[in-house]
Design a protein around this ligand. Structure first.
Ligand SMILES: Nc1ncnc2c1ncn2[C@@H]1O[C@H](COP(=O)(O)OP(=O)(O)OP(=O)(O)O)[C@@H](O)[C@H]1O
Length: 665
């Protein structure tokens, strides 16, 4: 390589000399890009006569930058080698820098490398304008456009022997990430070198773009694969001939088929005729119901979206399958249809031996999937027990569907429980309707008042329990159902069996685990706890405090509670409603409670003795008497003689008692 000293008569050199005297760009005849750069260097305080060694990165930082720019180097290097090969022996240096003008890679002949003038080109040295004045690399980084800087156009004298051509390399967002440069020491500049550099920089930019796009596609396809393989919906992709080209693991599990048995097969051949037609006769549908007779739960909800290419042409379809039970569970989670259970064992209030025993058995029942029969009068808490069992069982994530068999007209009970097909009977809904068994599948079906179920439906129920499959009315397709059955009755079912109103075989099927919930009158020590519980609930709901006169609770415990806990709850609400300033007194209790025939205190004194103190019993007796007199006075319009006769006492005694109890007539 020949290093040539520039003659002092070079017109650019003269311009340079003149510029340095004033720094005035308007008096300068050099190229505009060069003058602009000189202006930046002049005002930025770059020393044009500085011949010190270039700024360079230390080992550690250079290593870091090289690591960061690994891909740029990898992509640019083959291009640089080609260039180097092409210009072999011409004394050229091919340089790659980062966006800060720091040399990352350089290629040159061995004898060029040895030349002292070239010593300023080495990995880590900076060619920023601020560091070495106007130069192709630094000035391209400032101005963006490819540029050749020759001889005295360089701001620093030490670079006057070079001709440098550089162009930026960009990432896919158009940000500069590097510069490609060809430099050589010469008096003569050749513009075609700039052209070559610009084209190669563009090629590197294009290849980097392809690499970045590939990375994005790779990431996208990894994400898609993850989604495809882990999503709980079955996903099938079909081509335009309705032939399956892809199926995900969930899809294979749902269809119970291996990949080999699905890929390349027509979609409709994977299903029965009716389902196959439904799945293939439209390019887009949402939530259509498919019932497939195969092993496991073959009851699906299917949706389909067309696959459309960039030219808006349909190239196939993507079909999503979901177990109907999953859909139902989601609906149930939304709490939009009431098929959910909120109550737990902790919501069952009571400390009596009887209720504790019932809770104990129910807890054991929750640990199994056996059918449960709850016996208890109306309002004793049968539903609360059913919900608690469901919520503590392995089915707690499934639906809890409650049906009151006594409340549904006889002729409708079949369609309610088992569902029906479209056109099964006059008035049947279009598309049919799933029954409660299907809706409860995966969870618990609570059949309240099972004793009221008509005999013919008992037979159908027995069949569902035995076969664990249900056929909708009007269809012979069997839909698998996995449910835990909890039934409840206030009737003595064995008596019903004797009367011929209940099937014995069904009774045995339902009565696997039997729980007796005793009436409230047989566990009166629970009344104070229930009273406190319901009052607290009212306080919370109404945002006000209640206080209760001492006599109230003993009075409640003396009533025979034919409506059980539900009635107690209503009585407390009634009293709380009437209570002035939140003070509940006996006077706020409903009159029904004072009717002598409904009082237990008098009827069964031996029970009272075990629960109440003598003082409490005395008080209760007084209250009973007081309210007996009041109710009779009301009944006979204040006619004292009639009331006395009715009570079997003299008028005088009645007056005395009225005075004693402060009763005004
Ligand atoms: N032990 C209890 N603790 C708290 N609340 C109770 C208890 N028992 C019943 N209840 C409440 O009493 C009301 C009636 O209970 P539930 O509906 O469970 O009775 P049921 O026996 O199913 O009645 P029916 O046979 O008339 O349907 C509900 O509001 C319930 O929450």
């Amino acid at each position: 390589m020949t290093i040539v000293a520039l003659p002092m008569m070079d017109p650019v050199y003269i311009e340079w000399k003149n510029f340095l005297k004033t720094g005035n760009p308007y008096k300068c005849n050099a190229r505009q890009q060069i003058v602009e750069s000189w202006g930046r260097c002049y005002h930025g305080g770059v020393d044009p006569y500085d011949d010190k060694i270039h700024q360079r990165l230390d080992e550690l930082n250079l290593h870091k930058v090289l690591k960061e720019k690994e891909k740029l180097i990898e992509i640019a290097k083959p291009f640089m080698s080609k260039l180097h090969e092409f210009f072999k022996g011409a004394g050229l240096i091919v340089v790659l820098t980062d966006e800060n003008g720091c040399i990352l890679e350089m290629l040159c002949d061995e004898d060029t490398r040895q030349h002292p003038m070239i010593s300023c080109f080495y990995p880590g040295s900076s060619w920023q304008e601020e560091a070495v004045g106007t130069n192709a690399i630094g000035t391209v980084l400032k101005q963006g456009e490819p540029l050749q800087v020759s001889g005295a156009e360089h701001y620093c004298k030490k670079n006057h022997s070079f001709v440098c051509s550089a162009a930026s390399i960009f990432d896919s967002n158009g940000r500069t990430i590097g510069v490609l440069d060809i430099s050589y020491a010469s008096r003569a500049s050749h513009l075609h070198t700039l052209g070559i550099v610009a084209v190669i920089a563009e090629a590197i930019t294009a290849e980097l773009g392809i690499w970045q796009k590939n990375c994005e596609l790779d990431l996208l396809s990894k994400r898609m694969a993850k989604f495809f393989n882990t999503v709980s919906d079955g996903v099938l992709i079909v081509d335009n001939n309705e032939v399956v080209v892809e199926i995900n693991p969930a899809g294979k599990a749902m269809l119970g088929k291996s990949e080999q048995c699905v890929i390349g097969i027509e979609l409709k051949r994977l299903f029965d005729n009716k389902s196959g037609v439904l799945l293939t006769n439209s390019k887009r549908y949402h939530n259509i119901e498919i019932i497939v007779d195969n092993k496991g739960d073959g009851h699906f909800i299917a949706s389909r979206e067309p696959l459309i290419n960039d030219h808006d042409v349909i190239t196939g379809g993507i079909i999503f399958l979901r177990h109907s039970i999953q859909v139902k569970n989601m609906v149930n989670l939304n709490h939009s249809n009431g098929n959910y259970a909120t109550l737990q064992f902790s919501d069952i209030i009571g400390k009596s031996v009887e209720i504790r025993e019932a809770i104990h058995v129910a807890t054991r029942a929750a640990a199994t999937t056996s059918n449960v029969l709850l016996h208890g009068e109306s309002g004793t808490g049968k539903e609360i027990f059913a919900q608690a069992i469901h919520n503590q069982s392995c089915k707690h994530n499934g639906p809890f569907v409650a049906v009151n068999c006594g409340a549904i007209p006889r002729e409708l009970i079949g369609s309610e429980l088992f569902g029906y097909e479209e056109g099964a009977f006059t008035g049947a809904k279009r598309g049919g309707k799933p029954g409660k068994f299907e809706l409860a599948s995966g969870g618990t079906l609570f059949l309240d008042e099972i004793g009221d179920m008509p005999l013919e439906q008992q037979t159908a129920l027995l069949r569902v329990i035995q076969e664990r499959k249900v056929a909708r009315i009007g269809s012979d397709k069997m839909i698998p159902v996995t449910i835990r059955l909890i039934c409840a009755t206030h009737k003595n079912l064995l008596e019903e069996v004797e009367k011929g109103a209940f099937r014995l075989d069904l009774f045995y099927r339902l009565n696997v685990l039997s729980i007796i919930i005793p009436p409230l009158r047989e566990r009166r020590e629970d009344i104070p706890w229930l009273f406190e519980h319901f009052l607290e609930k009212l306080s919370r709901e109404q945002g006000c405090e209640f206080s209760v006169e001492d006599e109230v609770v003993p009075y409640l415990t003396g009533y025979h509670w034919p409506g059980n806990v539900r009635e107690l709850q209503n009585v407390i609400e009634h009293a709380a409603c009437l209570a002035e300033n939140g003070v509940i007194t006996v006077g706020h209790l409903p009159e029904l409670l004072f009717a002598p025939e409904s009082r237990m205190v008098l009827a069964s004194p031996q029970i009272d003795e075990t629960i109440f103190s003598r003082e409490q019993r005395q008080q209760m007796a007084e209250f009973t008497e007081k309210y007996k007199i009041i109710s009779k006075l009301d009944a006979f319009a204040g006619n004292v003689s009639r009331v006395a006769k009715e009570l079997g006492i003299s008028r005088k005694t009645l007056y005395n008692k009225m005075r004693l109890h402060a009763i005004k007539n």
